[in-house]
Write a protein that binds this ligand. Structure first.
Ligand code: FAD
Length: 375
């Protein structure tokens, strides 16, 4: 039911205008509002806070369908669901949940997750943004980079360094409201893909953030970010899976319609084998994504599984979209046939919420830990 609802929504609300939004870098505001009304923006949140009360498996099914058509819409959905709502629900206090989560989960407003900085990407411990303790508030100063929902969000979860001497244990996560004095949304990035999503830098100059807006205990911010990103990766893996399976659907249809040398190109074994390889790898990626989602739903550790799902699904997305363009020949190189956009959109899944290299570091650490536990 959830998959069908997401598929219907993607076909009727996202497909019309997706090429124009990509061209014009236009945020899909109307569709995002409808996603909220249909419950796609707080799928896993408890109904007590206006969420859908669904499990992670349901969420990845919806993410796959929406990503097949519009990966810009799905990253907006992913950030709101798995970074902002999940982070607040899991680690926020009751007051924060009532004040912010209820509005975020219903889609009345959307949120952003702000960890990256000009000089802190993969090495997220080198936070330069500071949150200096001033008694009943923190004084926030610094710049965040590449923030998804950067301009369209109303609530920002911002990581910042309070105690430099404590390293990553001195980082806090603060809930920042868009209209707080001293907060400025910087320039919008002109991107290769997911061009409908709004990615911005953010500037904070002497922003007074009340103490009650800190999530968790003093110094919990880095752990908050890492825990939240581990679940977020399942969403991005599902996004990659959707981009790949969308490309396969388009390529399969085109291959049966397009004729060359007196038969449909799908009758040429070179093309049929490409489809077979794409389908096999996509199925393997789907199983990894579902395994990670299932582990999370079972309350088991999913750090390695989510890293594997993201690493593999994003590689499959890149490979499958390149092949889909190839199967379309010259038509694959123009916008009308959608596959060139999917190819451009696929690339980001190897970069954000931890690059492929960082996923390999996470996986290798887990593998070595398991080996030393056996030894
Ligand atoms: C469109 C878009 C949206 C984004 N949205 C958000 C968001 O909402 N919130 C947010 O906080 N961030 C966001 N990001 C930032 C994103 O998470 C970072 O770009 C990413 O983590 C990589 O950081 P970096 O760009 O600084 O690259 P760097 O960390 O400088 O990495 C450069 C290269 O070096 C490699 N590398 C780095 N360290 C190692 C290592 N130890 N071993 C091997 N290789 C290594 C990397 O894998 C990469 O290939 C977004 C980025 C983009 C482009």
């Amino acid at each position: 039911m959830i998959r069908d609802a997401a598929r219907d929504f993607a076909q009727t609300e996202l497909l019309p205008g997706v090429i124009e939004r990509d061209n014009d870098q236009k945020f899909p505001a109307g569709a995002v509002k409808k996603m909220g009304e249909l419950g796609f923006l707080g799928m896993m949140t408890d109904p007590a806070y206006n969420g859908g009360g669904m499990d992670t498996l349901s969420y990845v099914l919806a993410m796959e369908e929406i990503s097949k058509i519009d990966a810009s819409a799905s990253v907006i959905m992913s950030v709101n669901n798995s970074l902002v709502c999940w982070g607040l629900e899991t680690y926020g206090n009751e007051e924060q949940k009532q004040k912010y989560l209820t509005r975020l989960a219903s889609g009345e407003i959307i949120g952003a997750f702000c960890l990256s900085e000009p000089e802190a990407g993969s090495d997220a411990t080198s936070q330069r943004t500071t949150a200096i303790d001033q008694g009943d508030y923190y004084l926030l100063n610094g710049t965040k980079n590449w923030i998804t929902n950067g301009n369209s969000a109303s609530i920002y979860l911002v990581m910042a360094q309070t105690h430099v001497s404590k390293g990553h244990r001195g980082i806090n996560c603060l809930i920042v409201e868009k209209d707080m004095d001293g907060f400025i949304v910087g320039k919008k990035e002109d991107k290769l893909g997911i061009r409908g999503s709004d990615t911005h830098s953010l500037m904070f100059t002497d922003v007074k953030v009340p103490k009650e807006n800190r999530i968790g205990e003093e110094g919990f911010g880095f752990k908050f970010a890492m825990k939240t990103l581990s679940g977020g990766r399942i969403g991005i893996a599902a996004q990659a899976l959707g981009i790949a399976s969308g490309a396969l659907e388009l390529a399969s249809k085109y291959a049966t319609e397009r004729k060359a040398f007196g038969k449909s190109i799908s009758q040429h074994q070179a093309i049929a084998f490409k489809l077979a390889d794409m389908a096999t790898k996509i199925e393997a990626a789907r199983l990894l994504v579902m395994k990670a989602a299932w582990l999370k739903d079972q309350g088991q550790n999913y750090d390695k599984a989510s890293a594997m799902a993201k690493l593999y699904a994003s590689e499959v997305a890149m490979e499958a979209t390149v092949e889909a363009v190839q199967i379309h020949g010259g038509y694959g190189f123009v916008k009308e046939y959608h596959v060139e956009r999917l190819m451009r959109d696929a690339k980001i899944t190897q970069i954000y919420e931890g690059t492929s290299e960082i996923q390999r570091i996470v996986i290798a650490r887990a593998v070595l830990d398991e080996a030393s536990a056996i030894a």
